[in-house]
Design a protein around this ligand. Structure first.
Ligand code: GDP
Length: 528
């Protein structure tokens, strides 16, 4: 069995990193939990700063106008804080369901996730989708059942819901003592201790559910509670660190983010159980976090963080070694050197020059379009990381240019937007204008806004005859060629030149799939 991680600040810098995301359905309490986690790390003085960001007020990481209008975040940011000898990198994923592509890519840069579930609601849609993405990379998940201070569903029922809806084994690590107004604290089933919500004190050691303290904490229904706690303790599968780390089993904690209750359990669990930076699979070999040489990949590009400077920040997940400011990295795609003169760390409100960063850290690299999503930077070795995926868009549109003289400029701008991951770009074989694809409609608004603001290209979108597309591959190049030839008017190339088949409906896609043995149609593609 894998040894739990040591929380005492010893070990290599990589082994002390915990890089994670919080996934949830909107309103489950992700923002509240983020604030409380940051408070623990002293990263923010006042709870509320994260909310201020959401609260449509101006903050140092500025938004685009569209975000302000809509009052939602299309920015995925990273927050770093330290606690208990560990450095935590919390990658924020936008809560709005429209902008999911960015969220998906962010999940490729984390080693684990906390899943927040509203105790009254159980597993909701968006959580289900996000867990599917975690599963693509076997990302281990810790579950936090939130809002126990409100009327909630039965804890067993909630765990059952997780098991059934998400196909994850659950293990209760804590057990709620009462619920709603009677919520008095949690009983830690692993360490046999009690935390009280009304007292800010060290947990109290007990012998088991029969302890007298429970009569005091839960005057009504104590015996029934004892039975349920005993069942949770004795009846559940034991926590298996390997199964958790492989993404099959999720430890479950109960609490209330609003009341800052259960948050300490989560931090302790991250320190003790969550994996340190994982080995990353590259095309030629697997790269271990503790290797001496620096390597990393770009999973996100953020433009206009500072509107006065029009800068673009590429977010690099360091995968191995040490990134030192001033070093010359190699951009493997072009083979060219890339000096890292101003790598940056992000905190809840600020950014600051990163003098050095280690595996698991996320650094922002300012650049003017040199870096694109999926790029690998190294100390010199030619490795290319796999696994920053592209998801088949759910909407396809043609870009209608109001001024036909600017067609060339539009092509260049779309290429750039495609490389930044704002939209996906498809160039049809038949020479017709480019098609853009998005997972969420908001991406189209962002594209429109940016083309107007940065390239003075006012555009509109026309519907296009296609509604779905798939990347196609085959073990037999002749078969692939034959398919491409015979479907010329439905074929396009993506940014990397990979063939994409477009269909007018899911029905016609299925029809073609059935008639094309030997061709694989795929809805997910790794960036090259
Ligand atoms: P997000 O959309 O997932 O980021 O959710 P928020 O953190 O913004 O929370 C949504 C709402 O639920 C807000 O009104 C919070 O104050 C409330 N909330 C969050 N956590 C708790 C909790 O533990 N108990 C109660 N009663 N309300 C909570």
């Amino acid at each position: 069995m894998t040894a739990p991680s040591s929380p005492n600040g010893s070990g290599s810098p990589a082994s002390r990193r915990r890089t994670f995301a919080i996934i949830s359905h909107p309103d489950a309490g992700k923002t509240t939990l983020t604030e409380k986690l940051l408070l623990f790390g002293g990263a923010i003085q006042l709870a509320g700063e994260v909310r201020a960001k959401q609260g449509r007020r101006q903050t140092s990481s500025d938004w685009m106008a569209i975000e302000r209008q809509r009052g939602i975040s299309v920015v995925t940011s990273v927050m770093t804080f330290e606690y208990g000898g560990c450095v935590f990198n919390l990658l924020d994923t936008p809560g709005h369901e429209d902008f999911s592509e960015d969220t998906y890519r962010t999940l490729t840069a984390v080693d684990s996730a906390i899943m927040v579930i509203d105790g009254a609601k159980g597993v909701e849609d968006r959580t289900r989708k996000l867990v599917e993405v975690c599963r693509l990379r076997d990302i281990p998940i810790i579950t936090f059942v939130n809002k126990m201070d409100r009327e909630s569903r039965d804890p067993f029922e909630l765990m059952d819901d997780v098991e059934k809806a998400l196909a994850l084994d659950t293990v209760p690590m804590t057990w709620p003592i009462g619920v709603g107004r009677e919520f008095a604290g949690t009983y830690d089933l692993v360490h046999n201790h009690v935390r009280r919500i009304d007292r800010d004190e060290e947990p109290i050691k007990v012998n088991g559910p029969e302890a007298a303290i429970f009569d005091e904490m839960l005057p009504v229904g104590t015996e029934a509670w004892r039975e349920s706690a005993l069942l949770a303790k004795e009846g559940a599968k034991p926590f298996d660190l390997d199964a958790y780390r492989e993404g099959h089993m999720t430890p479950v904690y109960f609490g209330s983010a609003l009341r800052t209750f259960g948050v300490q359990d989560l931090i302790d669990a991250l320190i003790a159980y969550a994996p340190a930076p994982r080995a990353q699979v590259a095309e030629t070999r697997t790269v271990l976090a503790d290797e001496a040489k620096m390597s990393g990949f770009v999973f996100k590009i953020q433009a206009n963080m500072d509107p006065n400077h029009r800068d673009r920040i590429a977010f690099l997940r360091v995968c191995s070694g040490k990134l030192a400011r001033g070093m010359k990295a190699k951009l493997v795609r072009t083979g060219k050197p890339m000096p890292l003169n101003a790598p940056q760390f992000f905190f809840a409100k600020d950014r600051q020059l990163a003098e050095e960063a280690y595996a698991g850290d996320i650094v922002g690299i300012p650049n003017h379009g040199t870096l694109r999503i999926g790029d690998t930077l190294t100390d010199g070795e030619d490795i290319v990381f796999k696994g920053v995926p592209s998801f088949a868009p759910e909407q396809l549109r043609r870009v209608k240019l109001k001024d036909a003289m600017k067609a060339k400029k539009l092509r260049e701008a779309l290429q750039q937007m495609g490389e930044e991951g704002v939209v996906q770009l498809f160039v049809p074989h038949d020479g017709s204008p480019a098609i853009v694809g998005v997972v969420g409609a908001l991406q189209l608004d962002v594209l429109k806004e940016r083309l107007a603001a940065e390239y003075t290209l006012p555009v509109d979108f026309d519907p296009c005859q296609f509604s779905v597309c798939r990347w196609i591959t085959s073990d037999d190049p002749a078969k692939l060629n034959a398919f491409v030839e015979s479907h010329g008017s439905s074929m396009a190339r993506d940014l990397d030149g990979a063939p994409v088949y477009m269909a007018s409906s899911a029905f016609s896609l299925r029809y073609e799939e059935e008639r094309a043995p030997g061709i694989t149609f795929s809805a997910i593609k790794d960036y090259q």
